[in-house]
Design a protein around this ligand. Sequence first.
Ligand SMILES: *Cc1c(COP(=O)(O)O)cnc(C)c1O
Length: 341
Amino acid sequence: MAKKDIDWSNIGFGYMKTDKRYVSNYKNGAWDNGALIEDDKVVISECACVLQYAQTIFEGLKAYTTENGNVVCFRPDLNADRFADSAKRLEMPVFPKERFVDAVVKTVEANIDYVPPYGSGATLYLRPYMFGSDAVIGVKPANEYQFRLFTTPVGPYFKGGAKPITIRVSDFDRAAPHGTGHIKAGLNYAMSLHAIVDAHEKGFDENMYLDPGTRTKVEETGGANFIFVTKDKKIVTPKSDSILPSITRRSLMVVAKEYLGLDIEEREVLFEEVKDFAECGLCGTAAVISPVGRIVDHGKDIYFPSGMDDMGPVIKELYDTLTGIQMGRIEAPEGWIKVIK
Ligand SMILES: *Cc1c(COP(=O)(O)O)cnc(C)c1O
C-alpha cells in the first residue's frame, strides 16, 4: 500500500471517488451489520422518501495526518451525537453512536492511502449521511433507511493565506422559528441555494442570516457559525434555537477560555452591536475559521478594524491554537483526537 499519486495542495474542494464506502441498511425496525463496499452508486425506488420529501441528514468531518504521522479525526463522537439529534427531528431511526464512530474508523482505514500527508494542508473529508430509501407517496416517514459514509480528499481551504471575506445581510431566511435550523438536514441547504447564488452574483462571498422571527439578531451563514471579538478581547458567539451547533465553534470557545484565558459569551447578538466588534470570523470544519473583513447591510458597509488583508490578531490566535491542537503540535483536551492509525 502506498499513498495515491495526488497533487495534494492543488485538489480544491470537490468530489473524488475513493476505494471504499461504508453502508448499513435499516429495515423491519433494525440496522443490518453494515459493510465496506466498492460500489459508489445508490439504487433506490423512484418514489423514495428522500426524493419526494427530502428526508435526509448528513455530517461532515475530516481525517488528516498529524505532525508525528498518526491519522486522526477530530471529535467524531460529537458528529455522532449531532447526527442522532438530526435523525430524531426528521423521524428517522438513530444510527447508534458507537457504530457511527466505528464506521468513521473503518472507512478511513479502508481509504488510508487517500489521507493527505502532514503539512500539505489537504485532508480526507468524510461525509456520513442517511436517507429514507423506500417508496412513500402519502406524507409520512419512510420505513427503510440507508446510512452511508464516503470519503473524498480535499485541498487546503486557504491557498496563499486566509484573506478576509465580504458578506451581506440576507433578505432570505435559512431557518424558520421553531423549525429545523438546529439540525444538519439537506433541506436547510436546498433552500439556501438561491440565496448563495444570488449573493455570489452580486459579488458577496456569503450571506449573514438574521433571526427569522424579528430580523434583529445575528444567526449564522449558510454553513458556518459566527464568532466575534469585542474591543476588549471578549469572545462573543450568537445563541439561538435555529443555529446549527458547530463543533468547530464549540471547540473554539473552549480554546478561547482554557488555552488563551479569554472571557467567552454565548448570548443573543443584536445586529445593531456588530459595528462595534473588533473582529469577526466564520467557524466550520472546512476552514476552521474564515475571517470576515466587511459586512454589507443594504448598501451600508461595516468594516472591522482588523481590515481586509489579514486575520485579526485574536481570531488568528484562536485559529493557530485550534489547528495546533488538531495537528498534534499542541496538547489536546482529553478525548478530542481520535487516533485511527
Ligand atoms: C455543518 C454546519 C456548520 C459547521 O459545523 P461544524 O461542526 O463546525 O463543521 C455551521 N452551520 C451550518 C448550517 C452547518 O450545516
